[in-house]
Design a protein around this ligand. Structure first.
Ligand code: ZN
Length: 272
């Protein structure tokens, strides 16, 4: 007897959006996400002193409500070219500023200019960053092996974005966990006159009951809890030591069909 971990409420697909640099165009993007019930993570550089950015940061708590605010470094340097001390300053100060601004605990990151190496990853980890998004498209829908090296499915300008969206929405094999991870910068929609691209995508992806719409940190926290379930050797008894509820799907012993979806409440054990 065994069971699969699933996303919340038994879903096996998730969509997350990740946008960098915190320009004023985020306002229009957040409105679109909110209209479509889509969740995003916004990676901000709290050290950039552009007056418009400064003004927007003051409104950031309200603007990004329901979404995640995450670090992108204080001033957007290529981290792999800095001393360790400078890397620490860039990440830790950004984290502190964003936490002060939002009153939330900020643990996500995206690499400025997409640059990272093993040393940068280790420093981020020691500063309480639990995931970091890079920029190389995987062109697939797999969960990452390492959340500190989390490559997206694609940039929103990928020519086959809508083909990917259609494939993802049509995919219905519950034995797989699939994640669609799109990234970009909201100013690109103005620069490239391409708001229609993200509007079409969000409207198409909106309102699917079998898709979990989540921020980056929600996915990391949920997967940490799901992977942290404690199982009896025969799979008949499971204990959830985390505070959040986790869902599993019993696998039928009769054949390839999926069995029931079961909630394992936070802090509780259940017999299957
Ligand atoms: Zn950036």
């Amino acid at each position: 007897m065994f069971s699969y971990i699933t996303f919340p409420e038994g879903r096996s697909k998730a969509l997350t959006m990740s946008y960098d640099d915190g320009r004023e165009h985020d306002k229009r993007l957040v409105e679109l996400f909110n209209k479509c019930g889509i969740k995003g993570t916004f990676h901000l550089n709290s050290g950039w002193m552009d007056p418009e950015l400064e003004k927007m940061r003051m409104e950031a708590v309200k603007l990004y409500e329901g979404h995640e605010i995450a670090t992108h470094s204080l001033t957007h340097p290529t981290l792999t070219r800095l001393s360790d001390t400078a890397i620490v300053t860039e990440i830790l100060e950004d984290r502190k500023n964003l936490e002060k601004l939002t009153g939330r605990i900020v643990r996500g990151h995206s690499y400025p200019n997409g640059a990272y190496n093993e040393n940068v990853k280790q420093i981020l980890k020691s500063l309480g960053i639990v995931y970091a998004r890079a920029v190389s498209p995987t062109d697939d829908f797999e969960m990452p092996e390492d959340f500190l090296e989390w490559h997206p499915t694609c940039h929103h300008s990928a020519p086959d974005l809508m083909e990917k969206a259609k494939w993802f929405c049509d995919f219905d094999k519950a034995q797989y966990l699939k994640l669609f991870y799109v990234w970009g910068h909201s100013y690109e929609f103005d620069r490239d006159s391409s708001w229609n691209v993200i509007e079409e995508f969000c409207e198409y992806m909106s309102g699917h009951n079998d898709i979990w719409y989540a921020t980056g940190i929600e996915i990391v926290d949920y997967m940490t809890a799901a992977r942290g379930l404690i199982w009896s050797a025969d799979g008949s008894h499971v204990y959830n030591p985390y505070a959040m509820d986790v869902w599993i799907r019993r696998v039928s012993s009769e054949g390839p069909e999926m069995g029931d979806v079961i909630k394992v409440p936070g802090g509780k054990g259940i017999i299957l």
